[in-house]
Write a protein that binds this ligand. Structure first.
Ligand code: MRU
Length: 352
């Protein structure tokens, strides 16, 4: 069965609660934009593209939360909703991208429909265009992932052992995944021998989510703790590293789950190709390089505890940057739905 981390039905956004996986498969309903913002912050939904899709529906929900006598009042409310949604997680660029697309859609629809309707009628027409826009964002995300999968699979050699970090799979997107999309496509093409799944401390997205996705599809894999990657690379057992991204600057510097940078350094040392897979909506053209990418700091409890159980002495202070930045020099190629980009990265052009 197709894995869907989110869908919109009966006036609510339904999110697969990823905090409970792999133990429980439970969808939770968000009926207003504040609930969507909380779900993003609390990691019920996670992964940059999935966060973007959720935020788009959150924005639509804001438009139906109140009566609003006029479209101006609705636009003012949406402006505040956008601020709340954007603040939910700072590193995932797809969040801001989706919210901007929704606010552009609201402005365009109200300008285009103003001559034909006023008041409550105009408000309800703008709402309809917002729901269509959120649906479009969701549908396009899956199409982009399938394209990324097909393009990326061509780079994978036969009988490859691939190492991946965190979860950039169906759960992190609308469906299919980015890094895992490449692995899925390469597996279908008969190219995958085994996937090394980094556990991904501290939140364990690899152990809990990626291993679960791969087992559902019977893709051979082995779970390793993050500090084992160098050992397997040194033994010649890793043929390529494929990861996702939360933000890519114009020069190719890439923010992804904490630990990605160390993997890239190790891969470069061992001469192993290091691939980043992401939709073009993850590229932040306003950033010259990775120095400007905001890095989310999460609670130290996520480090001192595992699944709620304390593993460090009481009172121990922990640091928890949730992402790190891999300099573009360490990246072999960035695969988006538009093509395969290599150094020097120029995302304005198709660079196959
Ligand atoms: O903190 P998370 O679980 O949201 O982090 C997710 C990642 O780092 C992913 O690799 C990234 O968002 C790409 S998902 C296609």
């Amino acid at each position: 069965m197709k894995l869907r981390p989110l869908y919109f039905k009966k006036d609510a956004l339904w999110l697969l609660d990823q905090r409970l996986l792999p133990g429980r498969l439970k969808y939770t309903a968000c009926r207003d934009h504040a609930a969507v913002a909380r779900a993003i912050k609390n990691m019920i939904v996670r992964g940059a593209p999935a966060i973007g899709c959720a935020a788009a529906y959150g924005y639509y929900l804001a438009s139906v939360e109140k009566e609003f006598g006029s479209v101006e009042r609705m636009m003012e409310y949406l402006r505040r909703a956008a601020i709340l949604l954007n603040a939910a997680r700072p590193t995932a660029v797809n969040l801001k991208w989706a919210v901007t697309r929704m606010s552009d859609a609201a402005a365009a629809a109200s300008a285009a429909l103003r001559d034909f309707s006023v008041g409550a009628t105009l408000v309800s027409r703008v709402r309809r265009s917002l729901l269509s826009e959120a649906d479009r964002i969701l549908r396009r995300d899956e199409a982009m992932n399938r394209k990324i999968g097909a393009l990326g699979a061509r780079l994978i050699l036969k009988k490859s052992n691939i190492l991946t970090h965190c979860n950039a799979g169906a759960l992190a997107t609308s469906a299919y995944g980015t890094a895992l999309g490449i692995i899925r496509s390469a597996f279908r093409a008969g190219k995958i021998k085994k996937v090394f799944v980094d556990e991904t401390r501290p939140y364990l997205q690899g152990a809990r989510l990626t291993a679960w996705e791969l087992s559902r599809e019977k893709i051979p894999h082995a779970l390793i703790t993050d500090n084992m990657a160098g050992h397997f690379m040194a033994r010649g057992e890793v043929d390529a590293v494929v990861v996702g991204a939360d933000s890519i600057a114009s020069n190719g510097d890439t923010a992804n789950k904490i630990g990605t940078y160390s993997l890239a350094v190790l891969a470069a040392h061992h001469g192993i190709p290091f691939y980043v897979a992401a939709p073009s909506s993850t590229i932040d053209a306003s950033l010259k390089n990775g120095a400007g990418i905001p890095i989310e700091e999460r609670s130290s409890d996520e480090v001192t505890r595992i699944c709620g159980c304390r593993i460090a002495p009481a009172g121990t202070k922990a640091l928890h940057p949730a992402f790190d930045v891999t300099p573009s020099g360490l990246i072999t190629a960035v695969i988006t739905e538009k093509g395969v980009f290599r150094k020097p990265f120029d995302f304005g052009q198709k660079n196959k």
